[in-house]
Design a protein around this ligand. Structure first.
Ligand code: CA
Length: 231
């Protein structure tokens, strides 16, 4: 069975060009021309990936991204942005998109991005649950727990924690966080990583002044402690 891709795009020219190209590349393609139809299609046909235009009539791409993630749907999303505005990219990624492509784009570039995101998501999906006591993450349902108490994390915090927990004891550099969580082309700095780690620590550490779970590795990055004691 071929991999199903849902394209949510209101401009007929782009929609049909995408359908032709993706079918030519061997994908099974479903089309939606507005947000409501797109959402219904995600729920009905469970595509492997969604290509989502940001500027749509009715519910826009930001709202759809947010709604899918709130419902715990982790289907990879590549956002199409009409304008080359950093703010759109950052907002799109913060709301849980996996990558973005700025219009006008080449079909070859989009196909390459789709394949890369699918590869990443398939390696992610090997495990549904990762646990390094006292933290447990359900990657499919997008839920986080500390000693079985649910944590209220933002999508960015969840993804950062997932990155740390899937490689316990290993140092994740700030550059790797930027690449994995925000995407390479987005303008964010090391300071952004530190800010999010600080927010995450407030939610998961018993003592924020002496973090036991997320350890700082001076001038390099962060590591999740495999042997958290005191719990
Ligand atoms: Ca549009």
């Amino acid at each position: 069975m071929s991999t199903r891709i849902l394209v949510v795009e209101d401009e007929p020219g782009i929609r049909l060009a995408l359908k032709d190209e993706l079918e030519f590349e061997g994908f099974d393609v479903e089309l939606a021309e507005d947000g409501a139809t797109g959402l219904a299609a995600v729920l009905r046909s469970e595509p492997a990936l969604i290509v989502l235009d940001l500027m749509l009539p009715g519910r826009n791409g930001f709202q759809i991204c947010q709604e899918l993630r709130h419902r715990g749907i982790r289907t990879p999303i590549i956002v199409l942005t009409a304008r080359n505005e950093e703010v759109d990219k950052v907002r799109g990624l913060a709301l849980g998109a996996d990558d973005y492509v700025t219009k006008p784009f080449s079909l070859a570039e989009l196909v390459a991005r789709i394949r890369a995101v699918l590869r990443r998501s398939q390696t992610h999906d090997d495990r549904d649950v990762v646990e390094v006591p006292p933290i447990k993450l359900d990657l499919r349902k997008h839920c986080a727990f500390k000693r079985d108490v649910a944590l209220q994390l933002t999508d960015t915090e969840f993804r950062m924690l997932a990155l740390l927990l899937t490689r316990p004891g290993e140092v994740i550099t700030r550059d790797e966080f930027l690449k994995q969580i925000w995407g390479e082309d987005v303008y964010v700095t090391h300071r952004t990583v530190d800010t999010h780690v600080a927010a995450l620590r407030k939610k998961i550490e018993d003592d924020v002044e002496h973090p036991a779970c997320i350890q700082s590795v001076r001038n390099v990055g962060y590591r999740f402690n495999e042997n958290v004691t005191g719990s």
